[in-house]
Design a protein around this ligand. Structure first.
Ligand code: DQA
Length: 145
């Protein structure tokens, strides 16, 4: 089964970008962790990052065709994007929203997420470990049918 792991803007700079908030692991490290976890769970992973909203929308559309589940860190688009919300509304499988930082302990504008309305669950503040926890949750949800 194919699980899409989608990452929004500025996450290409993970490890260099505000490490006091997001830690020292790079997105390549996160991808490696996801691939290792996915292999154990029998998932095929499509791991993507973009700074462009339309690319994330296009990957959600691709997931409609071939994806069993979506794990998404929409980054700043979390707080702004009705377009990503609408795209996710077309997806029928489980959607897990993940944030590396605890967005609720940060600025007020990070407290609202457009994506949470369509997420099966939300992970925030577990650092990059949140990604592998999300994949484990996906396994459970897919198993439950
Ligand atoms: C983030 C939190 C967002 O508020 C922020 O814009 C990001 C990353 C996180 O993973 O903690 O870019 O999604």
């Amino acid at each position: 089964r194919t699980v899409f792991v989608l990452n929004g803007p500025n996450l290409n700079l993970l490890g260099k970008r505000q490490p006091e908030i997001y830690g020292h692991e790079t997105l390549a490290d996160v991808e490696a962790d996801c691939r290792a976890t996915a292999a154990g769970l029998g998932f095929d992973i499509r791991f993507h990052q973009s700074n462009r909203e339309y690319e994330i929308i296009d990957w959600v559309h691709e997931a409609r065709e071939v994806g069993a589940a979506i794990v998404i860190n929409p980054a700043a688009f979390t707080h702004t994007s009705v377009a990503i919300l609408d795209a996710l509304k077309t997806f029928e499988g489980p959607i897990i929203e993940i944030h590396i930082s605890n967005v609720h302990a940060r600025e007020a504008f990070r407290h609202h997420s457009y994506v949470s309305a369509v997420a099966s669950g939300v992970i925030a503040g577990f650092g990059t470990q949140g990604y592998t926890l999300a994949l484990q949750r996906v396994a459970k949800l897919l198993q439950a049918g």
